[in-house]
Design a protein around this ligand. Structure first.
Ligand SMILES: Cc1cc2nc3c(=O)[nH]c(=O)nc-3n(C[C@H](O)[C@H](O)[C@H](O)COP(=O)(O)O)c2cc1C
Length: 371
């Protein structure tokens, strides 16, 4: 597929070299104090989908630690879309109440509270990782996962129920309702999870989507569900809130989803009101050969940003302040998301500012520890 380069995309702010890691980022009515985000990370610590004290402490500390964006983990839009029974959820009204004080706390401490809306599809229904991560058995309370096609993710996984056209429409509704609840819970940014082999990605990828109806086959058909979901979510959240989509920009498999398809998708997402594409990769098939190394997914963020003219986030083995700053300064991405490094150090942004010689505000309670 031909990739045309847009000269100076209007949607991309700033010129090469002007911006650094600590430049604010404005998207619609929301302003991030810097370009550092806490990547969504499942904590497998919810009870019937409800956020707990763990989430308040975990997410709250990272807001105190200076991140511009603190994103709540993959949050299931319906119960059968949980990876594990302990996943966070937002499929019922009662899920709003414990999320609200978390969103408020994050915002009070200068970060933007975001939430990732997710459906695990055929990868649903497993034990949490530290309990082995294997699929649940019937005796352990397994439920029936759903997918694009009746192909299990890997050996030992259930054969997913292939969603009918009516059931696909219901999934779109579930995302829309979840987005509406996220707004009412106080979140200022929503990300739709369409990466890592979960439901929306499994429709995009020819590896997992073998459908012969209007949701399978051509690229246009494989993109249909995600485009319907994003349009429905945008309609719910209004025009002021940023909408992000996380994609796996490559399946790392011959004949699978790739960067060229991601560029086409990103252009279509932009038309439906998506502001930024968060570029991850992999997860659709266990046999994929992922070439992992420092910043290994940055070229995806760079390629999508340049060729689709949309803001992007880079994620994956970004650990040092200089590395993160260079990604922004060289114009490869508009935002960097850190996951494991944020688990190692919740105050990474404050520490990074000191390394890069940037003046940033510390919480007054911690002033005596400021360098
Ligand atoms: C504990 C843990 C939980 C994760 N949960 C999610 C998730 O809920 N949603 C998601 O899109 N990615 C999830 N990821 C992937 C991260 O967001 C990130 O993309 C990945 O870890 C690579 O970034 P890193 O090298 O900075 O860790 C998770 C990663 C970890 C380590």
């Amino acid at each position: 597929m031909a990739r045309e380069t847009l000269e100076k995309p209007e949607t991309v702010q700033g010129e090469k070299g002007e911006l650094g890691l600590f430049s604010p980022l404005a998207i619609r009515d929301v302003r991030l104090r810097n370009r550092i985000g806490v990547s969504p990370m499942c904590q497998y610590s919810s009870v019937y989908g409800m956020a707990t004290d763990w989430h308040m402490v975990h997410l709250g500390s990272r807001a105190v630690g200076g991140a511009g964006l603190v994103m709540v983990e993959a949050t299931a839009v319906e119960a059968r879309g949980r990876i594990s029974p302990q996943d966070m959820g937002i499929w019922e009204e009662k899920h709003i109440q414990p999320l609200r004080p978390i969103a408020e706390f994050i915002e009070e401490h200068g970060a933007v509270p975001g939430i990732q809306l997710a459906h695990a599809g055929r990868k649903a229904c497993t034990h949490r990782p530290w309990e082995g991560g294997k699929p649940l058995t019937r005796d352990e309370g397994a439920w029936q996962p759903v997918g694009a096609s009746p192909i299990p993710f890997a050996e030992g996984y259930q054969v997913p129920h292939q969603l009918s056209i009516d059931e696909i429409s219901a999934i779109v509704e579930r995302f829309a309702e979840a987005a509406q609840r996220a707004v009412r819970a106080g979140f200022r940014l929503v990300e739709v999870h369409s990466a890592h082999g979960y439901l929306l990605h499994s429709f995009l990828s020819p590896v997992s989507n073998k459908r012969e109806d209007e949701y399978g086959g051509s690229l246009e058909n494989r993109m249909r569900l995600l485009l319907e979901v994003t349009a429905a979510v945008r309609a719910e959240i209004g025009e002021k809130m940023p909408l992000l989509v996380r994609i796996s920009a490559s399946d790392w498999i011959d004949g699978g989803w790739d960067l060229d398809q991601s560029v086409v998708l990103a252009r279509e997402l932009a038309k439906r009101g998506v502001d930024l594409v968060d570029c991850s990769s992999g997860g659709v098939a266990p046999e994929a050969k992922v070439e992992v190394g420092p910043g290994y997914q940055v070229p995806f963020a760079d390629g999508v940003r340049r060729d689709a003219g949309i803001k992007t986030a880079a994620v994956g083995m970004i650990t040092s302040p200089q590395q993160a700053d260079e990604i922004i300064r060289s114009g490869k991405a508009d935002l960097v998301l850190l996951a494991r490094e944020m688990l190692r150090d919740p105050y990474w942004p404050l520490h990074a500012a000191a390394v890069l010689g940037q003046e940033v505000e510390w919480p007054p309670q911690y002033h005596r520890a400021r360098p």
